[in-house]
Write a protein that binds this ligand. Structure first.
Ligand SMILES: Nc1ncnc2c1ncn2[C@@H]1O[C@H](COP(=O)(O)OP(=O)(O)O)[C@@H](O)[C@H]1O
Ligand SMILES: Cc1ncc(C[n+]2csc(CCOP(=O)(O)OP(=O)(O)O)c2C)c(N)n1
Ligand SMILES: [Mg+2]
Ligand SMILES: [Mg+2]
Ligand SMILES: [Mg+2]
Length: 343
C-alpha cells in the first residue's frame, strides 16, 4: 500500500459529505481534529454502542462483497441504537488493515459504510486507522439520542406481556449457509433466483429497524426491547435474565423469511435452527402489555411497519420455553452465536 495512514484517511473520507450537510446534521467539528464535536437535541440523552466486523469471523470473500462489509458494520451498530428506541446520529470508524491491503478494496468498504449511514441520516465524524498483521478488522461506534429517561431497556418485561418481533427471522443464516455451501463468487449474485437473492440480501444488507424502535419508544407502551444479532433464543434469554421473567415462544407464530423452507430443503438443513439460533437478522424483539397490542398494531400498520406476536412473558420459573406445534413445551436453551466456542 503506497500510503501512510493520513493519506489513507483522506482517500477514504474526503468529499463524502459537504460541510454544509454535516453542519445541518449537527456536526460542529468533524474529521480532522483530535476529537469530534457534535450537537445533541435539547432534552435528549446520549445512546452509545460499538460492534466489530472481523475477517474470517463476520465475513469471508465468498459471503460478502466489499461494499457489504461496510454496510453491515454500520447496520449492526445502528440496530443496537434502534434496540434502545433511540435515533442514530453520529458514527466513528476504527479500521485495521494488513499493510499490503488493496486500497480500492478499502475504499469500497467505505462506500458501503457511507451508503448505510446516509440511509439512516448518520454523519461519520471520525475514527482511527492502524495496521494489523492479518485480516481486516472494522469497528464502528454509533452515537444516538433518545428522550431523557425514555430508553427502552431489556429489563422491563412483565409477566402477562405479549412478546413480539418486528420482522421475519432466519433469512440471514439461510443466506450465509447457502453462500458457504455454494461458494459462488459475489459477481454471480446478480443472477441468483429471486428467493435465494433475498436470503443473501438478508445476510449481506440487513436493514436495522430504526423506525420501529422509535415508534415503540414514542408510544410509551414497550416494556423491553432487544435486537437480534446472536439469534432469537439467545436474545430472548437476555430479556428473561435482565427482567427476571420467563418467556414462552410459540413455534407456529414465528415469522419465517420468505424462501426459508425451500432453501432448507435444498441444503438438507432445519429451517427452525436458522430461525431460533441463526442470528444477524437485526429485527427487534420486545414485550408490551397484552392489552396494548391492539394500539401498537394500529400504530405499526399506519407507519407501514410489521409486528408479529410470537409468545408471552411468564414468571421466571419456566425460563425461556418453546411451544411446539403439537402443543408440547420444551426449554429453549440460550444458544446462539458464541465467539469462543470450540470449532
Ligand atoms: N470489551 C468490552 N468492554 C466493555 N464493555 C463491553 C465489551 N464488550 C461488550 N461490552 C458491553 O457488554 C454489553 C453486551 O454486549 P453485546 O453482547 O456485544 O451486545 P450486542 O449483542 O447488543 O452487541 C454491552 O453493554 C456492551 O457495550
Ligand atoms: C463467515 C461467517 N461465519 C459465520 C457467521 C455468523 N456470525 C458471525 S458473528 C455472528 C453473531 C453476531 O455478531 P457479534 O459480533 O456477536 O455481534 P453482537 O452480538 O455483539 O451484536 C454470527 C451469527 C458470519 N456472519 N460469517
Ligand atoms: Mg456487541
Ligand atoms: Mg444488541
Ligand atoms: Mg454477539
Amino acid at each position: 500500500m503506497e500510503q501512510d495512514e493520513f493519506s489513507l484517511i483522506r482517500l477514504l473520507t474526503a468529499g463524502r459529505e459537504s460541510e454544509e450537510e454535516l453542519r445541518t446534521r449537527g456536526v460542529v467539528t468533524g474529521i480532522g481534529d483530535d476529537a469530534a464535536v457534535a450537537a445533541l437535541s435539547p432534552g435528549m440523552q446520549l445512546v452509545a454502542t460499538c460492534d466489530t466486523m472481523t475477517e474470517g469471523v463476520h465475513f469471508l470473500p465468498v459471503t460478502m462483497r466489499d461494499e457489504d462489509i461496510g454496510f453491515k458494520a454500520m447496520a449492526s451498530n445502528i440496530s443496537d441504537i434502534a434496540a434502545m428506541g433511540a435515533r442514530p446520529r453520529y458514527a466513528l470508524i476504527a479500521l485495521s488493515v494488513p499493510p499490503g491491503a488493496d486500497v480500492e478494496q478499502i475504499r469500497r468498504i467505505y462506500d458501503g459504510l457511507y451508503e448505510c449511514a446516509a440511509l439512516y441520516g448518520v454523519a461519520v465524524i471520525g475514527g482511527d486507522t492502524t495496521a494489523t498483521r492479518s485480516g481486516i478488522v472494522l469497528t464502528v461506534t454509533v452515537l444516538g439520542e433518545v428522550a431523557a429517561g425514555g430508553a427502552l431497556l431489556r429489563s422491563g418485561a412483565k409477566p402477562g406481556d405479549a412478546v413480539f418481533v418486528t420482522g421475519p427471522l432466519g433469512g440471514s443464516a439461510a443466506g450465509l449457509a447457502w453462500l458457504l455451501r455454494r461458494g459462488v463468487n459475489a459477481a454471480q449474485w446478480g443472477t441468483l433466483p429471486s428467493a435465494e437473492a433475498e436470503l443473501v440480501r438478508a445476510h449481506t444488507r440487513p436493514l436495522p429497524q430504526v423506525a420501529a424502535g422509535e415508534l415503540l419508544q414514542r408510544t410509551g407502551l414497550c416494556h423491553a426491547l432487544n435486537d437480534i444479532s446472536d439469534g432469537l433464543a439467545s436474545e430472548a434469554g437476555e430479556i428473561a435474565e435482565a427482567s427476571g421473567v420467563g418467556l414462552l415462544i410459540a413455534e407456529e407464530l414465528l415469522p419465517q423469511a420468505e424462501g426459508l423452507a425451500a432453501c432448507a430443503e435444498e441444503l438438507a438443513a432445519d429451517p427452525l435452527e436458522w430461525v431460533l439460533y441463526g442470528g444477524e437478522d437485526y429485527q427487534l424483539l420486545g414485550t408490551a402489555q397484552e392489552a396494548d397490542m391492539g394500539a401498537l398494531r394500529e400504530a405499526f400498520a399506519q407507519g407501514g411497519l410489521s409486528l408479529h406476536v410470537i409468545g408471552r412473558v411468564t414468571d421466571a420459573d419456566g425460563g425461556v420455553r418453546l411451544q411446539r406445534p403439537d402443543g408440547t413445551v420444551q426449554p429453549l436453551p440460550k444458544r446462539g452465536y458464541n465467539h469462543f466456542a470450540a470449532n
